[in-house]
Design a protein around this ligand. Structure first.
Ligand SMILES: NC(=O)c1ccc[n+]([C@@H]2O[C@H](COP(=O)([O-])OP(=O)(O)OC[C@H]3O[C@@H](n4cnc5c(N)ncnc54)[C@H](OP(=O)(O)O)[C@@H]3O)[C@@H](O)[C@H]2O)c1
Length: 268
């Protein structure tokens, strides 16, 4: 049976960063497949991507096309468009991200690493929403979800480049939400909470802030078309409200810096 969701956002969805079984992208994939959408899943991790695609294919009656692609490449769009142009895509979820495995102060990372992050986390997001947004606007139907981070709302020392990339995503997505309203294209941004998605490196962050990615995916899909953003989790909502509305900005940055230093186990 075709649901209102499928009629509005189907029959094909594109999700980036969808390889890891525990990751948010794969959780979106399960949620959308359960609603009957066919999927183009994109990631740089070949083995994990094929495993996730196979798992979804064997669980739901949908088509799944895995695309192994480096979204940091300057010409990735030509390759992707060749695959997606023949498909009726009405939902895009920009979710992939790259950060160095061991965060360090901004100046201690090579310039090339920051440039690579800009390409993957900002340039690729811009390219994807521009390409698929144009197609959806022309057909006056669709949705785009931009997965940002709380680190895009409050500057996050020790992941300064990532934080700036996330601010770019959030502001781009919010402006597009406004611009595309009349074209019947729904844009939703998620300042995503901390999630139990990474195999290592999250142990020292407070458990109260850690959300399950399936819940984040569900709440995001429920908010699409109704709101312009969604913050998942009461503790994260309260923390971001406190940091963005109550604390003076400098205190808020200090708080984030101290939090990151502790969470990442960094010395003064
Ligand atoms: N997890 C959290 O606590 C948290 C908190 C706030 C916001 N978020 C946001 O939520 C989203 C999903 O996070 P997640 O933890 O679920 O991520 P994840 O499972 O690690 O998924 C991200 C995927 O993108 C891939 N990727 C990296 N560079 C790429 C490239 N050049 N081309 C194509 N794919 C590439 C990654 O591969 P590699 O693993 O090889 O890099 C990884 O498979 C991200 O936008 C993240 O910023 C996450």
């Amino acid at each position: 049976m075709t649901s209102a969701f499928t009629t509005r956002y189907g029959p094909w969805a594109v999700i980036t960063g969808a390889a890891r079984a525990q990751g948010l992208g794969a959780q979106f994939a399960h949620e959308l497949a359960a609603r009957g959408l066919n999927l183009v899943l994109i990631d740089i991790l070949e083995t994990e991507l094929h495993a996730t695609a196979e798992q979804i294919r064997s669980t739901y009656s949908v088509q799944v096309t895995p695309v192994v692609l480096d979204l940091g490449g300057r010409d990735f769009l030509a390759e992707l468009a060749a695959i997606t142009d023949p498909l009726d895509v009405h939902l895009l979820i920009c979710n992939h991200f790259f950060t160095p495995k061991n965060p360090v102060p901004f100046l201690d990372s090579d310039l090339s690493t920051h440039q690579q992050m800009l390409d993957i986390n900002a340039r690729a997001y811009m390219t994807l929403v521009h390409h698929f947004g144009r197609r959806m606007r022309a057909q006056r139907r669709g949705g785009m979800i931009v997965v940002g981070s709380g680190a895009g709302l409050v500057s996050s020392p020790y992941t300064a480049g990532y934080s700036a990339n996330k601010a770019y995503q959030l502001t781009l997505g919010e402006a597009l939400w406004y611009e595309l309203r009349q074209a019947q294209v729904d844009v939703l941004v998620i300042p995503a909470p901390l999630m139990s998605t990474q195999p290592t490196g999250m142990e020292q962050f407070p458990k109260a802030l850690m959300m399950h990615p399936r819940r984040v995916a569900r709440e995001a899909l429920a908010a699409l078309g109704k709101r312009h953003w969604v913050i998942v989790g009461l503790t994260t909502k309260l923390l971001l409200f406190f940091q963005t509305r109550i604390l003076p900005r400098q205190r808020s940055i200090r708080m984030s810096g101290d939090f990151m230093k502790k969470g990442l186990g960094l010395e003064d």
